[in-house]
Write a protein that binds this ligand. Structure first.
Ligand SMILES: [Fe+2]
Length: 211
């Protein structure tokens, strides 16, 4: 065994240790992938009603649906896969299932998405409400869902529950979402103690929060 042979695994191990213990930076959602069986109606709703930009339209390349290249994609060949700009450099994606191939899901089933909330400004939310009303699409709200956060709710044409949240205290700019809801240690612990009585776990879980 050469020196190199010994050193290489040790270096790899140290590197893995660094990787495992370093801070992980999250930059928001890259893309959210949802399902439709009618891409035209979906495009009309997201572009014309909600005012999102369609930024990429494609078909899933051959072999990825039913072929050996499937990596968790829908099991259909060359289906439509479109992307909208949902802001903050994030993509809202849709796959188009063949009509009748899949039944409607239960948003309250385990593993399903209950709803998604888009961050908007107060004026943006007012414009969405006006557009929904102009298109005779029913919505709920605005409701104050957390102190200072006001939301409206609407079902998209695929029965996906959408929420649009604004924070008037942030004015018309991009809202600062996390700072408004971040609790202190003691506030979070009030709830977390109902989940576990493990003191080490509790301390570790709130370690990033202020006292
Ligand atoms: Fe929500």
């Amino acid at each position: 065994m050469t020196t190199l042979d010994i050193a290489a695994p040790a270096a790899a191990s140290a590197s893995t240790q660094d990787s495992a213990h370093g801070k992980i930076s999250y930059y928001g959602v890259h893309h959210l992938a949802l399902n439709t069986d009618d891409m035209k109606i979906t495009v009309d709703f997201y572009v014309d009603v909600l005012g999102m930009r369609l930024v990429h339209a494609m078909k899933v390349p051959p072999g990825i649906g039913t072929g050996p290249g499937n990596r968790g994609n829908p099991p259909f060949e060359e289906i439509r896969h479109y992307f909208f700009d949902m802001g903050r450099d994030a993509l809202l994606a849709f796959f188009e299932m063949p009509k009748g191939a899949k039944q409607k899901g239960d948003r309250n089933a385990l593993g399903n998405m209950q709803h998604v909330s888009f961050a908007v400004s107060p004026q943006g939310q007012a414009r969405i409400r006006a557009r929904l009303e102009a298109n005779k699409i029913a919505y709920d709200g605005p409701l104050e869902i957390l102190p200072g956060i006001f939301s409206i709710y609407v079902m998209d044409p695929n029965d996906i529950r959408l929420e649009f949240s604004c924070q008037p205290s942030n004015g018309e700019g991009e809202p600062l979402i996390v700072p408004l809801v971040t609790q202190t240690k003691s506030e979070a612990l009030q709830e977390l103690r109902s989940l576990s009585s493990d003191q080490k776990w509790l301390a570790r879980t709130v370690s990033s929060l202020a006292d």
